[in-house]
Design a protein around this ligand. Sequence first.
Ligand SMILES: *Cc1c(COP(=O)(O)O)cnc(C)c1O
Length: 236
Amino acid sequence: MTQRDQEIAERLALVKGTLSQVCTRTQSSVELVAVSKTFPAEAVLAAALAGQSIFGENYAQEGCAKVDWFKENHPECKLVWHFIGPLQANKTRPVAERFDWVDSVDRMRIAKRLNDQRPEGLPPLNVLIEVNISGQQSKSGVMPEELQAVAREIAKLPRLKLRGLMAIPEPAEEDEAVRSPLRAMKALFDAYKDEFGWDTLSMGMSADMVQAVEEGATMVRVGSAIFGERHYPAKA
Ligand SMILES: *Cc1c(COP(=O)(O)O)cnc(C)c1O
């Protein structure tokens, strides 16, 4: 084991410990998606060997390459892959062919393409609708007022399985500012979960995973707290 692998295993254990404490305190349970964007497949392997099986990727090309690397080199690792980043229409096919979930569905055009491109031999693709909960113009996501109509359309697509909602609230420092979009997401989730049979509310990252679970997340997406600081390649 390299030193990096050992650090990943230690940080993963810390994150799991933090989550298990808050779950005990709030009598809830949460699934952990380990966000491995920008980190090599070997780092994902270190986390997998330490017991993590659910991973999230943001970029289509990088994510697909990692899924393929595991299929090729470690078929014994039974991993579940979530695509969590912005998805362009011309990148939907490789994602529909490889991933188990797409958590960032933010418009019908993307949902329809994923539905049409999901291979017959695979189970339906699990999807979450990304909600623009902080109302930022620049952010992707369905506006809360449009959510029910979009969800009804997506629910009709036979090769997709609509499991719930995802949000990336605007980063905030103050506790109340962190919690208010999380509460708004929980209220939206509760408003429609019976109509659509939803079981998944994905919110909370390294900085706000504890508050997210306290406010009702069933899934958190944690990157830097497990893999360390990200270094983005300089833009060409
Ligand atoms: C990068 C990313 C995360 C993880 O963020 P950390 O702060 O590193 O935990 C979670 N969700 C999405 C959509 C991301 O892009």
